[in-house]
Design a protein around this ligand. Structure first.
Ligand code: ADP
Length: 170
């Protein structure tokens, strides 16, 4: 049985089997973590993504990691937060669930997630972290290490408050 690790890092630096990207439906890159992943993976990623034909919200697609230390990237499209009544929680749940399913199919044992939808897409951080941690705990038996990759200390503190049993990597 693996464990959930909370880290504060740029996700592109993590040496894991697969990192998850908070992409948009075009899969052709954007700002935030998506932009950082495309820059770090290199131009081959965009060429590959052009062949995929996009991705609906809540679903996930696999690509190689190209120049990243991670072997694979799973691109998932989080919901844009509106008022919480537009199926945002179900769609966010689907993002984590479909990403884990794809990673497991690929034989991955270590996986890192950013806080999907909590940047430009405006999902409230606490509610998003609750969804993330819920799905992560469901998959703990299938992985050696699940990383919740936070981009700020405040985000990491929030995850830790919600999951005191998670390992907190300083
Ligand atoms: P979304 O459009 O799904 O909201 P964003 O990229 O705007 O995606 O933000 C999602 C989360 O990713 C935010 O919490 C943001 O702080 C974080 N983030 C941005 N850049 C990075 C990065 N390089 N590594 C890890 N997390 C990042």
């Amino acid at each position: 049985m693996g464990q959930i690790h909370i880290v504060t890092s740029d996700i592109t630096r993590l040496k894991v089997d697969v990192i998850v990207n908070a992409a948009n439906t075009s899969l052709l890159g954007g700002g935030g973590v998506d932009g950082a992943i495309h820059r770090a993976a290199g131009g081959e990623l965009l060429v590959y993504c052009r062949t995929l034909g996009g991705c609906p919200t809540g679903e996930a697609r696999l690509t190689p990691g190209f120049n990243l230390p991670a072997q694979w990237i799973i691109h998932t499209v989080g919901p844009v937060w509106q008022d919480g009544e537009q199926e945002e929680p179900v769609l966010l749940y689907d993002c984590y669930q479909n990403s884990f399913r794809l990673a497991a199919e690929q034989g991955c044992r270590t996986i890192a997630f950013p806080a999907i939808s909590t940047g430009v897409y405006g999902y409230p951080k606490r509610e998003a972290a609750e969804v993330a941690l819920h799905v992560m705990s469901n998959w703990i038996d299938g992985f050696d290490r699940i990383t919740a990759c936070c981009f700020s200390q405040a985000d990491a503190d929030l995850y830790h408050a919600l999951c005191p049993a998670c390992l907190f990597d300083e």
